[in-house]
Design a protein. Structure first.
Length: 295
């Protein structure tokens, strides 16, 4: 029996309609659905050039819809930053946050030479830029409600920065290593680690990066100043990548210093959260929602 083309198309239409109208249980709609367009204050994307030292690093602001001012997240990539987590940035924007991403000096086209210490300077410079009243007004953000978040090495930058900057509304670490501890492994292994994916970095070699890590391991260690994080709400996400003991130790040190607002989540996924992107977005957005409510 032949089925008419119109009948087949009708069945397809019903199936598609049903799948689009279904709402996944337990998920925030911002993860799987676009909100209605705000014609007066639409979501937008703005290219940024952020002064840091003697260069201007590249950045992007994913500005949230609505009049604002909006809370903001500064989202930092790892080494070298192949995974930019822009799906996470978009989901957080749909949740009402403006998200700013940067490329550290000497990475992904930002001018200057890459260095681990320079990454810390760039994060501090980006926060200063967002807190500048004129920039905050232009971007429609609330400079008193900035969360710093970072993946992999960006998580280390987040922890180190939050230890020094107590005006952050919160800090999020995703699969973060303690680069100070990494700097203490044998040099030949360090060179092996730093020699991968260098095509996006400028002004460095595997050997120079290994030497920076080894020569400044104590200064790059997040452990000595961990107690300074006790007053900062933190979300620490770890994966099956061998780095969980490092973030577990950091979490324990913060709690031992009286930090009561530390949330630890461990997920059976890889370093990049390749098969757990929805879970990553859910954890971050849920935590941000609780932060906004003062929980």
């Amino acid at each position: 029996m032949r089925i008419g083309r119109a009948v087949v198309l009708a069945f397809i239409a019903v199936g598609v309609s049903g799948s689009l109208s279904a709402q996944p249980s337990g998920l925030s709609p911002v993860i799987y659905a676009d909100p209605p367009r705000n014609a007066e204050h639409p979501a937008a994307m703005t290219v940024l050039h952020i002064p840091s030292g003697d260069v201007e690093i590249n950045g992007i602001a994913y500005t949230a819809a609505g009049a604002g001012p909006h809370p903001a997240m500064l989202l930092l990539h790892g080494y070298p930053g192949n995974e930019k987590n822009l799906d996470l940035a978009q989901a957080v924007r749909r949740a009402g946050w403006t998200v700013v991403t940067i490329n550290y000096r000497g990475s992904w086209g930002s001018p200057g030479n890459f260095s681990f210490a320079g990454n810390l300077d760039d994060a501090a410079a980006a926060l200063a830029y967002l807190r500048d009243p004129a920039n905050a007004e232009t971007l429609g953000i609330d400079p008193a409600r900035i969360v710093l978040a970072g993946h992999s090495m960006g998580g280390w930058v987040t922890a180190m920065t939050a230890e020094r900057d107590h005006d952050l509304a919160g800090a999020i670490l995703i699969s973060a290593p303690n680069m100070g501890a990494v700097g203490r492994i044998p040099r030949d292994r360090l060179i092996g680690l730093t020699s991968t994916s260098m095509e996006s970095l400028a002004g460095v070699s595997a050997e120079s990066m290994a030497d920076e890590l080894a020569g400044h391991a104590d200064a790059l260690d997040w452990t000595p100043a961990a107690a300074a994080l006790a007053g900062t709400p933190m979300l620490i996400l770890s994966a099956e990548d061998g780095l969980a003991p490092m973030t577990d130790a950091l979490s324990g040190a913060v709690r031992g210093a009286g930090g009561a607002e530390v949330t630890d989540v461990h997920v059976d996924t890889d370093h990049s959260w390749s098969d757990s992107r929805i879970r990553l977005e859910s954890e971050v957005i849920g935590w941000l929602a609780g932060l906004s409510r003062g929980e």
